[in-house]
Write a protein that binds this ligand. Structure first.
Ligand SMILES: Nc1ncnc2c1ncn2[C@@H]1O[C@H](COP(=O)(O)OP(=O)(O)OP(=O)(O)O)[C@@H](O)[C@H]1O
Ligand SMILES: [Mg+2]
Length: 457
């Protein structure tokens, strides 16, 4: 690493000289300026710190401070003042000065302050780079797919990300991308530089979940030897993602509701209200309306969470995205496994498009990953995918029971199941059964099947 570069701004040549000499001894590179004009000309991204005299012949230090900070908010500026005035000091700190020192200053002390400031900036810059590399994977483009469903999902996420406070409820089957959507919202909002905290409500027993979320005071319960800060507090100005909210017990639902309404809560065992500014994103793959109906989920909390509901569609409802998703994961795993698979064959793609994906995009990702581990050639073919195998297995597994069956009624049931699974898309249902459109239409008429037909009589 090159030595840090420090700009020393002072109109008194002797002071400038003694500062520069000492800083060079400490191993820093020094740039000097005698006026505000020279200082601003010398400022730039190559600088790591500025020592700035308050009184300059052509301007005052505060104004220069403001300009330097405007172009680089991270750079530490230490203000040097000949007379100690509280107002100047306060104003300097307000403008973002790192520190101020009164003249005549002690060089040893000043060097220590410089060291400390440089360490802080280095850390801050490191955090910023790290953060950029964390949030980069969650750009809107990470939501793969060009179907109308995915287009509108991206649009919705964009709007929600831009509205900084609103509570969001993400619903959808397992593997449809609720976790991903929550992160995309957070990392594209103006909360992105603050924490994203994630807790799965079903993973912890009630008491533990409460203290994880809200924190506790010392002595709140037997094991509470120390005060603990909850997730909501730790996420200050960021986002809290409450996964599997449908599993939260009623007592906690009440506490969460109060928090959403008043932005305030009490730590377990605490009396004082704590206020924090966090965005809550809740997710569930359960039918919350149904949970409300059967009394498992508070209606008022449901309505409070439901201000902005985003439903992630199951993959079978946007199967046209399958080829793009396959390509996305092909690229991902080519990189990860250092492979050079070119793509999936037409037959493989047809198989994947026709499959009903009960595990949604997660299942597709796993299927592609597995196929790529199996493949040693350039192309992924149907044999590399488990669903072609399972189709053969089921065909063998149909075994005539001892007592015999009614073939007509079995046929009828299978046709009905295929239709329901494909939301009455006859082409897709036919594909599931190895029939063509005429063949399935014939059976729909023969059995008098309609959307309302119950699966079993
Ligand atoms: N539109 C998408 N484009 C690309 N990848 C996606 C998309 N949606 C989801 N994924 C990926 O699919 C996998 C499953 O998504 P995620 O974990 O977000 O699902 P989930 O809805 O939270 O599931 P669960 O209810 O089981 O928690 C993840 O690897 C995620 O990155
Ligand atoms: Mg999830």
């Amino acid at each position: 690493m090159p030595e840090p570069t420090i700009l020393v701004v002072d109109d008194e040549q002797l002071i400038r000289w003694s500062l520069a000499e000492r800083l060079k001894q400490e191993g820093y590179a020094v740039v000097e300026a005698g006026t505000a004009k020279e200082a601003l000309a010398a400022a730039g991204p190559h600088l790591d710190l500025v020592l700035l005299d308050y009184k300059l012949p052509d301007s005052d230090g505060l104004r220069v401070l403001k300009q330097i900070k405007a172009s680089d908010p991270d750079i530490p500026v230490i203000l040097l003042t000949a007379f100690s005035s509280i107002e100047t000091a306060v104003e300097a700190m307000k403008q973002g000065a790192y520190h101020y020192a009164n003249k005549p200053f002690n060089l040893d002390e000043l060097v220590l302050v410089v060291q400390k400031a440089l360490e802080t900036t280095a850390l801050r810059r490191e955090v910023r780079t790290l953060r950029a590399s964390v949030s980069e994977p969650y750009a809107f483009g990470r939501i793969v797919g060009d179907s109308a469903e995915m287009e509108s999902l991206r649009g919705l996420l964009q709007r929600v990300a831009a509205s900084p406070a609103s509570t969001v409820l993400l619903t959808g089957e397992s593997g449809t991308g609720k976790d991903l959507a929550a992160k995309v919202i957070h990392y594209n909002s103006d909360r992105a530089s603050k924490p994203f905290m994630n807790i799965t409500c079903s993973a912890l027993p009630e008491a533990l979940l409460e203290s994880e979320l809200f924190g506790h005071e010392r002595g709140a319960f037997t094991d509470a030897r120390q005060q603990k800060t909850g997730l909501l507090e730790s996420a200050e100005r960021g986002t809290v993602f409450l996964d599997e909210i449908g599993e939260m017990v009623p007592a906690l639902q009440a506490k969460l509701l109060r928090f959403l309404e008043e932005k305030a809560f009490k730590r377990v065992g605490g009396a004082a209200d704590i206020r924090v500014d966090v965005r809550v994103i809740a997710a569930t793959n359960r039918d919350l309306e149904e949970a409300v109906r059967v009394g498992k989920f508070r209606e008022d909390l449901y309505y409070r969470l439901n201000v902005m509901q985003i439903t992630l569609p199951p993959l079978r409802e946007h199967a046209s995205d399958v080829p793009l998703l396959v390509k996305f994961y092909l690229d991902t795993f080519n990189r990860e496994f250092r492979k050079h698979v070119s793509g999936a064959s037409d037959e493989a793609l047809a198989l994947l498009r026709g499959y009903h994906w009960p595990g949604n995009i997660r299942e597709l990702r796993n299927a592609v990953e597995r196929a790529m581990l199996l493949a040693d050639g350039e192309w992924l073919t149907p044999e590399h995918f488990p669903m072609s195998v399972s189709r053969r297995v089921t065909a063998q597994a149909f075994e005539l029971p001892q007592e015999g069956i009614n073939l007509e009624s079995v046929e009828r049931q299978l046709v009905l199941q295929a239709l329901k699974r494909t939301h009455w898309n006859q082409t897709k249902a036919a594909a599931l059964l190895g029939l063509n459109r005429d063949q399935i239409r014939y059976r729909v008429e023969k059995f008098g099947l309609e959307k309302e037909t119950p699966e079993r009589e």
